[in-house]
Design a protein around this ligand. Structure first.
Ligand code: TRP
Length: 360
């Protein structure tokens, strides 16, 4: 008994000291880092295109920026007013991001709907957002065309909610693709407009940026990029059999007949995938085989499938493990929301003062 106590006590003490140290060092680091905000739409599972196009860069970003990643579940109501299993799909996305290496110790990761402060900012920004400019947004026009039966006010004000997501944290940088550039311009405009109306220099105009080198992953159907809506994606959650089947079905041609001939797009796509997931030697071997016309596409695909599985299997195993740990997911979501709300409540308090709802 005595032994246990004398052992447990110093151990507990060191552990505590270590925790404080970690917390302190993170807080210190955070204040020196630029704030990055990124919203993830809760649409379906992550695929290889998402992994190499965005998620690996988010993982690296965590070490260089004060990252706040959130799952934009409220935004999804603009297109699906009665989403099926929204809570389940947010947990799935959370599990997939964690499995890829998003680390709640380094980044704040939360669900948008857990941080209601964003709605208050959304309201204030909406009061200074004009119908004309919202109607002119390309993403709005596109969505309105796709769902003419449901052109709702949320859809129209999607850019103000997005601006609120970003301005709530006073983010300096936002990693977005080209398709979000107009929404980013609106976020900057709303920041500027707020500052002008209330005569303050409060909100920062967030810059769009691209971190690292996003790699475009081609689809397996011959042309274009991998995407969920294209129906050509290999998901991180796919098992070996599914992946092999998808790869073996990939489009090819009848093979080169002259040495060093140019590759048709479907073949070039297989090689680009191979370049990412296979060993350099393997890639070189098949490239030479192609160039001397001895390539056998069946072998190439088998090798490619095996190398994709080698890449995704550890992630898939982690996804399954994390997805099965509901307590862990709830804890991560709760801690993320608590941290996000620290900033959020501060922003709202200040904004209320600036508008005049409370004394300075
Ligand atoms: N509109 C983004 C997209 O479609 C998602 C999003 C919502 C977002 N709020 C954001 C992205 C804030 C960056 C910052 O992908």
């Amino acid at each position: 008994m005595h032994y246990v106590i004398s052992y447990a006590s110093p151990h507990g003490h060191y552990w505590y000291v270590a925790q404080v140290y970690v917390t302190l060092s993170q807080t210190v680091r955070r204040t020196n880092m630029e704030i990055v905000v990124s919203g993830i739409r809760p649409t379906g599972n992550l695929h290889l295109g998402n992994l190499y196009g965005a998620v690996v860069n988010c993982v690296k970003m965590q070490d260089e920026y004060d990252c706040r990643f959130f799952i934009a579940d409220w935004h999804s109501l603009t297109t699906h007013s009665h989403p099926e299993n929204i809570i389940e799909s947010t947990y799935t996305i959370l599990a997939e991001y964690l499995a890829c290496g998003i680390d709640p110790e380094k980044a704040i990761i939360y669900r948008q709907s857990d941080v209601p402060e964003v709605l208050e900012l959304y309201l204030y920004l909406n009061m200074n957002a004009y119908l004309g400019e919202l109607l002119r947004t390309t993403t709005f026009k596109e969505k309105a065309r796709k769902q003419p039966e449901n052109v709702n006010a949320g859809l129209l004000t999607y850019p103000t909610l997005m601006a609120a997501d970003i301005l709530l944290h006073k983010a300096v940088k936002v990693p977005v693709g080209k398709d979000q550039e107009q929404n980013m311009e609106m976020a900057r405009r709303y920041a500027r407009r707020f500052n002008n109306i209330y005569g303050v220099d409060y909100f920062i105009e967030p810059a769009s940026f691209s971190f690292g080198s996003p790699v475009k992953i081609p689809g397996l159907d011959g042309s274009g990029k991998m995407g969920k809506s294209e129906g050509n994606a290999i998901y991180l959650i796919d098992d070996e059999k599914t992946i092999t089947k998808k790869v073996m079905k990939a489009v090819t041609d009848s093979g080169p007949t002259e040495p060093n001939s140019a590759m048709a797009e479907p073949i070039a796509n297989l090689f680009s995938l191979m370049k990412i997931v296979s060993e350099p030697d393997t890639y070189q071997f098949f490239l030479e085989a192609y160039n001397n016309c001895s390539v056998r596409y069946g072998d190439l695909k088998k090798q490619l499938a095996a190398d994709i599985v080698k890449t995704t299997k550890p992630i898939r195993d982690r996804i399954l493990e994390i997805r099965g740990d509901q307590a862990l997911l709830e804890r991560v979501a709760k801690e993320g929301a608590d941290k996000a709300r620290e900033t959020a409540t501060k922003t709202i308090r200040e904004v209320r003062q600036l508008i005049g709802f409370s004394a300075k």
